[in-house]
Design a protein around this ligand. Structure first.
Ligand code: ABU
Length: 405
């Protein structure tokens, strides 16, 4: 019943916006003083994370709910984040949108639902939802396909609804677009290991690392589960982090779903792995920024080096765990959660000066974007975006095979 109400709410919102008002938020509608431009026909195309970006979704903070992963799983929410935090985050998100639009990137925005509402499936009830700030978690573009992830938190089961008015529009506009949704998960108690986190944090670090490497983490293998932000796109190769929100069955599903790609399971020395985008960020062909505190599986590092990729350890973050914004459940390494506009230009959080300097030395134009007020809503600049169109086509950046890769 709740589902029906949420779906109707989104449907109503989408219908209330006619095509014109939807276009106003994108670059395709002439603003005052501008020469009229032709309305673009949408094309969905994305093969990597560094080619020239032309079309992207940027999330919204409206209605975002606080998260407390330390309070157990499936996660409980202590309630909506206060309005002053929503306003501050939206101001930074809107500023980011203006920066992107000035650079010629078309930007679309999601349609929030009431995230404070309880959601119900025939098998469980969840007291509230999450938000729609990080589209990166929910969907990924691979070639001409938009794939909606399963998600693995009950609070995020319905998040795809916020993006459906956009995806439906792209599907109408682009005759060649493929639209797929991974199997909606059941997320019953069978999908989670009981009391996992409480027991896990009692273990010595080396034991936790052993579990991370073996993917003996929170999720069982009862059904395929993955968040899209655990996938890193390098042309023909997709690297998928096994994590607290992505299991082996999820990677197996992705492998079957993308038979023309090589889909690799990867792990890093991180005891709370969720989402690969504060750990392993490709910046251009031949260069990955990696998190030096989260060492890669040695075979993964060898595979990259064998294929002439440099692994540059990211500069230390400006923030520490104690200076993170209140309610932020990500790490200070959001400093490296950046968005490439092309292989020479990158958007970086504005107070992360060491990170910006490192990138300048590596030859990049760095665009500083204030963004820490957004962090409590689910992440940094990479999390806040979902790529829809980047120039380029399918290429093989790893001609040499090594071990399981
Ligand atoms: N996309 C969330 C990044 C998580 C982290 O701080 O490692």
């Amino acid at each position: 019943m709740r589902y029906a109400n949420q779906a109707q709410a989104v449907d109503r919102a989408a219908r209330a916006m006619d095509e014109d008002s939807l276009s106003v938020t994108t670059f395709d509608r002439p603003r005052s003083g501008e020469r009229p431009r032709e309305s673009p026909t949408t094309t969905i195309n994305c093969w990597n994370q560094w080619s020239r970006l032309r079309h992207v979704i940027v999330g919204r903070a409206d209605g975002g709910m606080a998260q407390s992963p330390e309070h157990g799983f499936p996660d409980r929410s202590p309630g909506p984040l206060p309005q002053f935090m929503v306003d501050a985050a939206n101001e930074q998100l809107n500023n980011f949108v203006r920066i992107l639009e000035k650079r010629g990137v078309r930007v679309d925005r999601p349609f929030p639902v009431d995230f404070s509402r309880m959601v119900v499936t025939p098998e469980w009830t969840q007291e509230s939802m999450f938000g729609c700030m990080p589209p990166r978690d929910v969907m990924i573009t691979v070639g001409n396909e938009i794939l909606e992830a399963t998600m693995s938190h009950r609070s995020r089961w319905f998040e795809y609804l916020c993006y459906r008015p956009l995806i439906e529009r792209y599907f109408r506009d682009d005759p060649d677009m493929k639209w797929e949704a991974a199997p909606k998960p059941r997320l019953t108690a069978e999908s989670y290991k009981r009391n996992f986190l409480a027991e896990y944090w009692k273990l010595p670090r080396e034991e936790r690392m052993r579990k991370v490497r073996n993917n003996d983490l929170l999720l069982t293998e009862a059904e395929p589960l993955f968040d899209a932000a655990d996938i890193c796109l390098f042309g023909k190769d997709l690297f998928v982090q096994l994590s607290m929100v992505t299991n082996r069955a999820g990677v197996r599903w992705l492998r079957k779903h993308f038979p023309h790609h090589r889909v690799h399971e990867v792990t890093f020395d991180e005891d709370l792995p969720f989402h690969i985008d504060a750990t392993w960020i490709p910046l251009r062909p031949g260069l990955v920024l990696h998190n030096g505190e989260r060492a890669a599986d040695p075979d993964l590092a060898k595979f990259f080096r064998l294929n002439d990729w440099e692994l540059a350890p990211a500069a230390p973050p400006a923030k520490t765990k104690t200076t993170l914004p209140r309610f932020c459940f990500c790490s200070p390494w959001l400093s490296m959660n950046m968005l490439c506009l092309d292989a020479k230009t990158v958007c970086v959080e504005a107070s992360e000066t060491a990170q910006m300097e490192q990138l300048e030395k590596l030859g990049f134009e760095v665009i500083p974007v204030p963004f820490w007020d957004v962090a409590p809503f689910g992440g940094g600049l990479h999390c806040a975006t979902a790529d829809l169109y980047r120039d380029g086509c399918l290429e093989d950046y790893f001609p040499q095979r090594y071990g399981r890769f």
